[in-house]
Design a protein around this ligand. Structure first.
Ligand code: AMP
Length: 131
């Protein structure tokens, strides 16, 4: 279906995945990262600017810009991201005490790297609602 030119919403260009975003470059090993886990579907590595004593990211190997761009074909990849987040939290020794899992979707929600990622934070108390 063709949308009228004045239709609201992001332009096609804004929806384009940038293959040179920093997480794509980490996935290609062009940028170093402190990797905690890797498998065929995802990579988990420490956040470069940790907001808690433990703060790591889990990113899918699929080029998904943000959660809202994911479709039914990504269901398994998304489930795998969350299972990996919990498994790595356990491996890091923070599984029992509690940890925060966050996904920032879009610049308005604080997303700064446009390759889908799950934040996992632990080792301090967390406020609710989040800031
Ligand atoms: P967000 O603001 O939700 O898009 O989160 C992006 C996160 O990526 C921030 O917490 C950054 O500190 C982190 N980050 C940016 N560049 C790197 C990098 N090269 N290695 C590890 N973490 C990074």
């Amino acid at each position: 279906m063709r949308l009228p030119a004045h239709s609201a919403g992001p332009t096609p260009a804004a929806l384009t995945y940038d293959p040179n975003n920093v997480f794509a470059r980490i996935l290609r090993k062009e940028v170093p990262a402190q990797v905690l886990h890797e498998d065929e579907h995802c990579l988990a590595f420490r956040d470069a600017a940790p907001q808690a004593p433990t703060h790591f990211l889990v990113v899918p190997k699929r080029p998904i810009r943000m959660l809202a761009d994911a479709g039914p074909g990504d269901a398994q990849a998304l489930g795998h991201l969350l299972l990996t987040a919990a498994a790595v939290a356990k491996q890091q020794g923070v599984g029992d005490r509690g940890f925060r899992v966050a996904i920032n979707n879009g610049a308005g929600a604080g997303q700064s790297v446009f390759h889908l990622h799950v934040h996992v934070l632990a080792g301090r108390n967390f406020a609710w609602p989040p800031g």
